[in-house]
Ligand binder design. Sequence first.
Ligand SMILES: Nc1ncnc2c1ncn2[C@@H]1O[C@H](COP(=O)(O)OP(=O)(O)O)[C@@H](O)[C@H]1O
Ligand SMILES: [Mg+2]
Length: 232
Amino acid sequence: MNDAKVIAIYTTKGGVGKTTTAIHLADALTTRGSKVSLIDADERAMLTEAVMGSPENMPFPVHFLENPSGGDDPQAAQRLVGEMIDKIDEASDGFDYVIIDCGGYNSQASFAAAAIADLTIIPANAGRFDLVQTEEVYAKIQTIAKQMERKPKIKVLVTRVNLATNVYSGFMSALKAKGIEAFKNSIPTYAAISEASFMGSSIFKHRPNSQAAGFMQRFVDEAIATITAEDK
Ligand SMILES: Nc1ncnc2c1ncn2[C@@H]1O[C@H](COP(=O)(O)OP(=O)(O)O)[C@@H](O)[C@H]1O
Ligand SMILES: [Mg+2]
């Protein structure tokens, strides 16, 4: 592998904001002058559809990886993990960043991607079930990373949230109490963000001066600072 930094975006729940996060990171890193390639590791291929549908907005190469859940067959799981590693290698060649958008289901290959990434982002909405599920995903990535002798930085991104609620503050404190790191910059629910993805764009292009773009920018800055920070 070359020196490309790998960012994996994974949780086992769908509809939380994984693809949206992938697109905004890719857009912001490209604007800063980095070369970014994407891996779509969701069977539903929403990222591929978005990028292919808007090549002028999203000029990133996208590599599609067949990444079914794999079921209980350990041989199939091992093969899928191998394919994921090969795909990361392929996508890294000549690029500064590889961003992997995973599907919202259990997949050994996605867990492996999360374990070998430099930065793994677990998007979560603030809710009761989200906490249990985020905790499980976080623990499983840690276990697999240990097995693979990797040390990814793992952070939860709270998205599609109402910041003014006790549910939000309770969710953040619960993560902290469990020793799970979260981005300080969460992303609130904004119609403009769903509009942007509907139009095959990012909030930075759709409404660059909006509050929503400000929140997204602060998150992206925090993510880039996390990935470029020296290991302690
Ligand atoms: N902060 C947000 N505010 C409003 N809508 C959002 C926000 N983040 C994502 N969405 C919308 O929610 C839906 C699911 O998001 P998506 O990123 O596709 O989730 P996932 O990839 O986890 O399934 C999309 O229609 C997207 O536009
Ligand atoms: Mg998605």
